[in-house]
Design a protein around this ligand. Structure first.
Ligand code: HAM
Length: 415
């Protein structure tokens, strides 16, 4: 038990850790040119934030949150997603009072008590962006363009953009009536949770994961048929902009998303198996829901880092490998140790990736080790090399050796 991590969690090390670093690097580079600033919010928040923001009738709040009372008897929840905390941060720190829009990105862990089948972790990680202050469909377009660029740079080809509009609270009134009528006619076939939630929030039944509910939902009325003029125009404008920008998309009227804060646009990037890699949308009411003095539109997305890694593997995409060790500095004799280590430090300061001996191995064992770790070159530093200020640098692939003065070794690697 002590040596076993909790179910649904993952350790990050080795090649996965390296991939994550590359993914985050590409995301950061893009956010920089889109002028999107990084934000880090706490790993836990007051439970009420998620109950209000994400929604009482969602699966996330009803079934999946890690909630506990802290020692001061406050109800605390480990964040199940990144939007509510970022919106709270935007409000609490008065970011809305600065020139708008406010564009924030984050890398966050998220905790959901889910069934850890493939692709569903209890702690997962997201690259997310939240764009506050713009009601224009161009905000959606900006995020979708960034995502398109992001996937292109990663070499991911299999994700297709699906969009839908679920309207605003005004459209929801007429839609909910129609949906409730339909669901009531099939009440007996719905799961117990849906039988209850259809009265409070029928839209949640649409994305219930229970198979019998999925069957009923297939023929349920669609939100797009109930959009008011403003929401219809917003959706048309979004589609027009995407078309003009040659960003291909498919309208999928089945997408409603699993969190309550969405209004108007919802979108997902879905892989060839129909698995959602990234999800997002507009949430024009969330800010008001958290702070009733404010009324600020917003849009955002979350992209699961683990899903990116899995998708790249499934598509056979290799990310740039970890850089190899440029030079292994072997140490010959105790008396050479300090000077050899000083040389190692000088080379590192010059930007050369250097490894050396910390195990007091024989020179033969050191060379074996250098070979094992894939060092591209080796050099042995002993009393003679130090006295003559010269050493032989060996290319491990060709076996070729060059003799150089110690202060010129770095020049072989960095120009
Ligand atoms: P979400 O669709 O719940 O949306 O999650 C976003 C992404 O996080 C998913 O598309 C998936 O890649 C990843 N993800 C979610 N749950 C898991 C899990 N259990 N295991 C592994 N990966 C997972 C949100 O969280 C919203 N906050 C997105 C958003 C931001 N909407 C507006 N702004």
């Amino acid at each position: 038990m002590i040596t076993q991590r909790p179910k649904g969690t993952q350790d990050w090390y080795g090649s996965n850790m390296h991939k994550r670093t590359i993914i985050e690097g590409i995301a950061r580079k893009l956010c920089k040119v889109y002028n999107i600033k990084e934000v880090i919010t706490p790993a836990f928040e007051h439970t009420i934030l998620f109950q209000r923001g994400v929604g009482e009738t969602t699966d996330v709040v009803q079934k999946e949150m890690y909630t506990f009372d802290d020692k001061g008897n406050r109800s605390i929840t480990l964040k199940p997603e990144g939007t509510a905390g970022t919106a709270r941060c935007y409000l609490e720190n008065g970011l809305f009072a600065e020139s708008q829009p406010t564009k924030l990105f984050y890398f966050t862990q998220a905790f959901r008590y889910e069934n850890p089948q493939s692709g569903r972790l209890r702690q997962h990680h997201q690259f997310g962006i939240e764009f506050f202050g713009s009601a224009s469909p161009l905000a959606e377009v900006e995020l979708i363009s960034l995502l398109t660029e992001f996937m292109k740079e990663l070499g991911m080809k299999g994700a297709k953009l699906h969009i839908n509009s679920i309207g605003c609270s005004n459209c929801r009134k007429t839609y909910n009536e129609a949906l409730l009528d339909y669901l009531k006619a099939h009440e007996g076939e719905l799961c117990p949770t849906c039988r209850e939630r259809m009265l409070k929030n029928p839209l949640r039944v649409i994305d219930c994961k229970v198979p019998s509910c999925k069957v009923i939902v297939k023929d349920a009325p669609r939100t797009v048929e109930y959009l008011d003029e403003e929401c219809k125009n917003h959706f048309e404008e979004l589609k027009r902009l995407l078309t003009e920008l040659s960003i291909s998309f498919e309208v999928d009227t089945g997408i409603v998303r699993g969190l309550d804060y969405y209004t108007k646009t919802v979108f997902e990037f879905v892989n060839a198996e129909g698995f959602t890699l990234c999800g997002g949308g507009r949430y024009d009411n969330l800010i008001h829901e958290i702070d009733e003095k404010q009324n600020i539109p917003a849009v955002g997305f979350g992209f699961g880092i683990e899903r990116i890694i899995n998708e790249l593997a499934a598509e056979g995409v290799e990310l740039e490998p970890e850089p190899a060790v440029d030079l292994y500095v072997g140490i010959l004799g105790q008396e050479a140790k300090a000077s050899a280590f000083m040389l190692v430090q000088k080379l590192r300061a010059a930007g050369v990736i250097v490894e050396t001996d910390y195990m007091d191995r024989s020179v033969k064992a050191q060379m074996k080790y250098a070979n094992k770790i894939g060092a591209k070159h080796t050099v042995i530093i002993g009393a003679d090399e130090l006295a003559n200020n010269r050493a032989n640098v060996k290319n491990m692939e060709t076996g070729e050796q060059v003799e150089v003065t110690l202060d010129k070794i770095a020049d072989l690697f960095v120009s």
